[in-house]
Each structure stands twice: as C-alpha cells, then as structure tokens.
Design a protein around this ligand. Structure first.
Ligand code: URA
Length: 209
C-alpha cells in the first residue's frame, strides 16, 4: 500500500460520514462532496512544483513563489467524477480539465469508452484523475491505460472511497499511480459496489434515483 495516501484529516472524515447517510438529500450530498473535494485537493497538490516570481509589495520588491496551475489537468471519469471537479477547481482555478466517458457493462463490469477529450500538449502536464469510487478498479485502469498513451509527466488517482480489491487491481496494473482516498472500506459486493460504501455516487450526486 506504499502508493496509497489515506486522507484522514478530521474534517474530511466528518464530511464523508455525513455523505454516507442514506437519508442525506441530493443537495446535502453534493455540497459535502464539493467541500470534501477542496480539502482533498490540498493533499493531492502538496508536491506541486513552485516557481520564483518577483512581486512588489507596498514596501519593497521580493521573490515570491507561485504554482503553474495550467500544467495540472483534472481528468474526470464521467459522470460521477464531475462531482469532484468543482471543489478541486476552487483550489486550483488555473487547472485544465479533461473528460473520459466510461460506463460499466452491468454483466461483465468491464468499462466501455464512449467519450475522450483532453487539453493539448499532455506530455507537459501532471494528471489528477477524479472518480468518487475506486471499486473494481476496471474504469480506473482503463482510464490510466488510455491516458498513458499521451505520455503525461505524472498521473495520480483521487477518490472518496475505495476497498482492498480496487486498490489491489489498480496497483497491479499501474504501480506508479498514487491513489488518494478518504477511506478504505471493507469489500466489494457481487454487483461491484463498495461495502459499507455510500451507494451509487452518480445517482446520489445528480439525484437520478
Ligand atoms: N460505483 C458507485 O457509485 N458506488 C460503488 O459502491 C461502486 C462503484
């Protein structure tokens, strides 16, 4: 589990618990996800490179540090990944955004790609893939497989929740991809849902059930 970062900040844990409650409304769920995503963004961007810039304060000139947010690309795995985007962008507003459309075949649980749109010059960029649930790992692996063909500088994967099966699958396929998560739950069920989990993240974000 060397490449797994469990974000156990009390605020993250508190909000995640509120999101798990089955009677949390769509509005509450979405608001909490937004807040939680911004908190997670701090951890995920902790090692971002800084560059020196000259800045004039009201008193004198000094050398300050800035990040180049444009080098960072958040890649949302549709559709649930979009629930994480807003919170992440509130912390890194200069970041670019890509989208990967994958759906899970309900029989095989294998991902099928239906959309792929990225910013240009991906070789110069650091990618942060966002998807609330790392469950079977199939979508995550398919997204990383596809993104690696663009030869980005680095790839990280951020989710709210995962389970031992999802971590093992992604780490086996892509040991170089660091996983950031707010919780590692007990297990997957036979339908590919995380237990105890929080249900279907897409349905809960968009109120589709
Ligand atoms: N996707 C979800 O939305 N929830 C799960 O528990 C697993 C995959």
């Amino acid at each position: 589990m060397s490449n797994v970062h469990l974000i156990d900040h009390p605020l993250v844990q508190h909000k995640l618990t509120l999101m798990r409650r089955k009677d949390a409304s769509t509005n509450t769920f979405r608001t909490l996800l937004n807040e939680l995503s911004s908190l997670m963004a701090y951890e995920v961007t902790r090692d971002m490179l800084l560059q020196d810039v000259e800045v004039e304060t009201p008193l004198e000139t000094m050398t300050g540090k800035v990040i180049d947010g444009k080098k960072l690309v958040f890649v949302s795995i549709l559709r649930a990944g979009n629930g994480i985007l807003e919170g992440m962008l509130s912390v890194v507003p200069g970041a670019r955004v890509g989208h990967v459309g994958l759906y899970r075949d309900p029989q095989t649980l294998q991902p099928v790609e239906y959309y792929f749109k990225m910013p240009q010059e991906m070789e110069a960029r650091d990618i942060v893939i966002v998807d609330p649930m790392l469950a079977t790992g199939n979508s995550a692996i398919a997204a990383v497989d596809r993104l690696k063909k663009l030869k980005p500088k680095s790839i990280k994967f951020v989710c709210l929740l995962t389970c031992p099966e999802g971590i093992a699958a992604l780490q086996k396929a892509h040991p170089d991809v660091a996983i950031y998560t707010a919780a590692i739950d007990r297990q997957l069920n036979e339908h590919g849902y995380i237990l105890p989990g929080l249900g279907d993240a897409g349905d809960r974000i968009f109120g589709t059930k």
